[in-house]
Design a protein. Structure first.
Length: 364
């Protein structure tokens, strides 16, 4: 169904600013609106979320996600993964190499010596086929061709976004293949619960809780060492809520490697694939809260440690540590760590992944 009507919306974004043709495919902006009148704005270019309009404790509505203002920013912005879909591989693969069925594969090295987020032209810069299914749901679909970015097998992918009346953004991923392959999809949403601004405030005073007893330490190129370590007694312990700023500059090798938090957490699960609580972030000043639930075994916590003040939607600027990313996924470099949860997809199987981002306010 075409998204043809132009109506006034909370986010103030104009669809025409997102409309062009790239490699023969049309780009657009889709507004999801729940019965409370709140909104999520998504482009079919990279599945980029450009706005999430939700209230604070006093009912004041603001955009709580960092995004781009138009298609020109989307295609040439300084942060190519700013609140976009990520695929075929979320996070890193060491030296871009893995072996499958006895065959060695070499992927693009687009993050120093490693492969990051699907390569030079990953899912973040593809135009997806879009179908808006009523006011609260959008389905994006594309077929990643055999050999795209060096990956084997054709991958047929659908991502469905739903914005519920409970102010939940539900993202459901479904993928199938015609040949044994690897897959690890996620969304790189940059959340700013204080509301984006010029400049967008730091997240260091925001309170975070993460439901994980273990995390993955990395080397100095952000590749897991293979160890699975307890968070207890480290800056990575968010089992009891604390401010990001408490340990974000700690004198700890892992913090220095990431210039802050940029690590994968091993989420506590009673059983594999269950939809369970992963994390909660609270902005004390606005009272906004964000809860994350996922079926995935891992979550990359990233505190925008490389943001440089680039411009985005609604005239906002996004400086150092002005956002938090809760990237639900399988573990980095899993193809080279057989004891990590499997990322192999066979023909006849379905890759399924569900993540919920629930927005609320602290109870008065």
């Amino acid at each position: 169904m075409a998204n043809t009507t132009e109506t006034a919306n909370l986010c103030g974004l104009n669809r025409k600013d997102f409309q062009t043709t790239i490699n023969g495919k049309k780009t657009d902006l889709y507004i999801l609106k729940n019965r409370k009148g709140y909104e999520v704005a998504i482009s079919n270019y990279g599945g980029a979320i450009c706005a999430i309009m939700v209230p604070d404790k006093d009912g004041n509505v603001a955009n709580v996600i960092q995004g781009h203002a138009n298609i020109q920013q989307l295609t040439s912005g300084q942060e190519p993964y700013l609140s976009t879909l990520i695929g075929r591989w979320g996070n890193r693969i060491c030296k871009g190499q893995f072996t499958l069925n006895g065959k060695d594969y070499q992927l693009a090295l687009n993050d120093g010596p490693n492969h990051l987020h699907g390569g030079n032209k990953g899912f973040n810069c593809k135009v997806w086929d879009a179908r808006q299914m009523g006011p609260r749901s959008l389905a994006l679909h594309r077929v990643s061709s055999y050999g795209e970015e060096g990956y084997t097998g054709e991958l047929d992918v659908t991502v469905e976004f739903t914005f519920t009346d409970q102010n939940e953004l539900v993202i459901e991923y479904l993928a199938t293949t015609n040949k044994k392959t690897i897959v690890n999809l996620t969304h790189h949403a940059f959340f700013s619960l204080a509301g984006i601004a010029d400049p967008t405030p730091t997240i260091e005073d925001q309170i975070c809780e993460i439901n994980a007893d273990f995390y993955l330490p990395t080397d100095d190129t952000a590749i897991p060492t293979g160890e699975i370590l307890k968070v207890a007694g480290t800056p990575f312990d968010f089992r009891t809520p604390k401010a990001f700023g408490k340990d974000i500059n700690a004198d700890h090798e892992q913090i220095k490697f990431g210039h802050g938090f940029d690590h994968n957490y091993v989420l506590n699960k009673k059983e594999e694939g269950e939809l369970s609580f992963a994390a909660r972030v609270t902005d004390p000043k606005s009272g906004r809260t964000l809860e994350c639930y996922t079926t995935e075994p891992g979550m990359q916590l990233y505190t925008a440690n490389f943001a440089s003040g680039y411009k985005g939607v609604q005239g906002a600027t996004f400086p150092f540590r002005s956002a938090v990313c809760l990237e639900t996924q399988h573990f980095p470099d899993t193809p080279n760590r057989p004891y990590f949860p499997s990322v192999i997809l066979h023909p006849g199987q379905q890759y399924k992944h569900k993540t919920i981002y629930r927005f609320g306010v602290v109870e008065k």
